[in-house]
Design a protein around this ligand. Structure first.
Ligand code: F0G
Length: 458
C-alpha cells in the first residue's frame, strides 16, 4: 500500500467551534493584530505551535493514573530516569517543568558577561536566557540554511569554518559550551546530519569546549537522518538518536515536542561537578531533584512519550504528513522553506507579500490574513520575533528570512484539516495584493512577539 495512514485511532474528540468571518474580524482587532492574544476557542485550526499540543496516547493517560505523587524518590521518577538514561546514555537526568527552565539553569551556571555561546540557530528562549545571563548568543548555521529554495538535505548544519573563526576570535576559554539545535526550529525545522554533529563535536573536543544539544525534536531529526543521510537508512531511529546523544556532553530538552506531553522538560549532562551545581539550582527554583516542578503523573507521561516517539510507523506518518502540507503549497506556487522539515512548514512571507517591506512585517500580515480568512492560527518568525532593536545599541538588524510557521501538533489533526489549510492559503495567495503591512504601537523590550500590539497600515 502506498497510502501512509495515521497509525492510531481516535479515542476522544474535542469539538472545534466554527467561527464566522465577522466574528474573526472583531477578534483580530480586539487582539491588536497579535494572534497570541486570541482565545484558543476562537481558533479553527491552531498551528501556533507544536509545543505542548500533542494528543497523548491511552498508555500515557494510563500512566497519568498510575503516577506516584511521593515527594522524594517516587516510582514515576525512577521509571522516567530509566527511560531517559536508556535513550540518551547521560549520567545526570534533571526533570524541569519545560525547556526554558533547563536553559535558565544551564546558562545561569555557564553564562555571564564576556561569554559567547554558538548554535546553528538559537531558539528565542535560548537566546533570551543566554543574553539574560550577560553572555552573547551567536548563530552559525550554514549559508544554505537561510535560503528558502535551497534543497540541501541538512539545512540545520553548522558552518564549521565560522565556528573555528569564532573560537579564534573570542578564545575557547570564553566559550563555556557550543550548542546545536536538532531540528533547527528557528531555521525552518531543518535537520542536522550526523556528519555535521561529529565534525562540530571534534572541533569542540580539540578546543576543550563542551558540546550540548537542544534536543527538543531529537526523534524527528533522527528519522530525517535515516531518510536522508547516506549509510543511515538501515539504522533504527532509536539507534540514530542514541548516536546523536553519544556525541554530546549534555542536552536541554523541552518534552512538549518529541516527549509527546503537554508539559515537561529535561536537563541532561555527564559532568558530575556541573550536575551537582545544577541540582542545587533545580531545588532552589524548580523542585526536588526527583520531580523538578512536575507531578509524578507528568513524569509517567513523559517516560511513555519518549518511548512512543521513536516508533517508526509514527515517525514515518509524522514526517509524511508535514511534507504533504509542504508539497501541496509548493505545487500551488507558495514558496516555503524547502525541503519540508520535521514539525512545521515555513512560508516565505517575503515572497508571498512582495509589496510589504520588512519594516511593515510581511509575516505578521500573512498571519493576520490566515486568521481572518479561515480561523487558522500561525506564528510569525521574522522581524517581529527577531528584529527588535538591540537594548544596548538601539539598532535593529532584520533577520535573514521573514517566515510564517505552520506548526503541526502531534497526532491532533487529520488530513482533511490539512486540506482545509492548503485551500485557505491558496485563496489568500490569489488576493495577496489586498494584504496590508503593520506597524507596532506597543511592545516590551524582550520576547516582544507575545504581547506586541499592532495597527494596520492603510
Ligand atoms: N528550544 C527549542 C528549539 C524550542 O523550539 C523551544 C520551544 C524551546 C527550546 C523552549 O522550550 O517552550 O518548553 O520552554 N519552542 C516552542 C515553539 C515554544 O513554539 O517552537 P519550552
Amino acid at each position: 500500500m502506498k497510502t501512509i495512514i495515521e497509525p492510531f485511532k481516535i479515542k476522544m474528540v474535542e469539538p472545534i467551534k466554527l467561527t464566522t468571518s465577522t466574528e474573526r474580524e472583531a477578534r483580530l482587532r480586539q487582539a491588536h493584530f497579535n494572534v497570541f492574544q486570541i482565545p484558543a476557542e476562537e481558533v479553527i485550526i491552531d498551528l501556533l505551535t507544536d509545543s505542548g499540543t500533542a494528543a497523548m496516547s491511552s498508555e500515557q493517560w494510563a500512566g497519568m493514573i498510575r503516577g506516584d505523587e511521593s515527594y522524594a524518590g517516587a516510582r514515576s521518577w525512577y521509571r522516567f530516569e530509566k527511560v531517559l538514561k536508556e535513550l540518551t546514555g547521560m549520567q545526570h537526568i534533571l526533570p524541569t517543568h519545560q525547556g526554558r527552565a533547563s536553559e535558565r539553569i544551564l546558562f545561569e551556571l555557564v553564562g555571564g558577561a564576556g561569554k559567547v555561546i554558538p548554535n546553528n540557530n538559537h531558539f528565542d528562549t535560548t537566546r533570551a536566557n543566554i543574553e539574560h545571563s550577560g553572555a552573547r548568543a551567536v548563530d552559525l548555521v550554514i549559508g544554505e540554511g537561510t535560503q528558502p529554495q535551497s534543497r540541501h538535505p541538512f539545512k540545520g548544519n553548522m558552518d564549521l569554518e565560522k565556528l573555528e573563526r569564532l573560537i579564534a576570535e573570542v578564545g575557547a576559554k570564553n566559550m563555556p559550551l557550543c550548542m546545536m539545535t536538532v531540528t533547527n526550529n528557528s531555521g525552518g525545522g531543518q535537520p542536522v546530519s550526523l556528519a555535521n554533529l561529529r565534525a562540530v563535536k571534534e572541533i569542540c573536543r580539540r578546543h576543550g569546549i563542551p558540546f550540548f544539544l537542544d534536543a527538543c525534536r531529537f526523534a524527528e531529526n533522527a528519522y530525517l537522518i535515516k531518510q536522508r543521510e547516506p549509510g543511515q537508512g538501515n539504522q533504527s531511529a532509536r539507534a540514530i538518536a542514541r548516536t546523536m546523544f553519544d556525541l554530546a556532553d549534555g542536552a536541554t530538552i523541552s518534552a512538549k515536542k518529541d516527549g509527546l506531553v503537554n508539559i515537561g522538560g529535561v536537563l541532561l549532562m555527564r559532568d558530575d561537578a556541573l550536575a551537582a551545581r545544577a541540582n542545587n539550582l533545580l531545588i532552589l527554583t524548580e523542585g526536588f531533584i526527583t520531580y523538578g516542578g512536575l507531578a509524578g503523573r507528568d513524569l509517567e507521561a513523559m517516560a511513555q512519550g519518549f518511548t512512543e516517539v521513536l516508533d517508526e510507523h509514527y515517525l514515518e506518518y509524522r514526517l509524511r504528513s508535514v511534507a504533504y502540507l509542504g508539497e501541496h503549497l509548493l505545487s500551488a506556487g507558495v514558496q516555503i522553506v524547502e525541503p519540508p522539515g520535521g514539525h512545521a512548514i515555513y512560508i516565505d512571507a517575503r515572497a508571498f507579500c512582495p509589496h510589504i517591506p520588512a519594516e511593515q512585517f510581511p509575516g505578521q500580515a500573512l498571519v493576520c490574513a490566515l486568521y481572518r480568512h479561515a480561523g487558522i492560527r500561525a506564528v510569525e518568525i521574522g522581524s517581529v520575533m527577531f528584529g527588535a532593536p538591540d537594548p544596548q545599541t538601539g539598532k535593529a538588524t532584520p533577520p535573514a528570512m521573514e517566515l510564517v510557521r505552520l506548526a503541526i501538533p502531534r497526532r491532533v489533526y487529520t488530513q482533511s484539516h490539512i486540506d482545509y489549510v492548503v485551500e485557505a492559503i491558496i485563496e489568500i495567495l490569489q488576493k495577496r495584493e489586498s494584504l496590508s503591512g503593520l506597524r507596532i504601537v506597543e511592545a516590551p523590550p524582550v520576547l516582544r512577539h507575545f504581547t506586541a500590539k499592532f495597527e494596520e497600515i492603510g
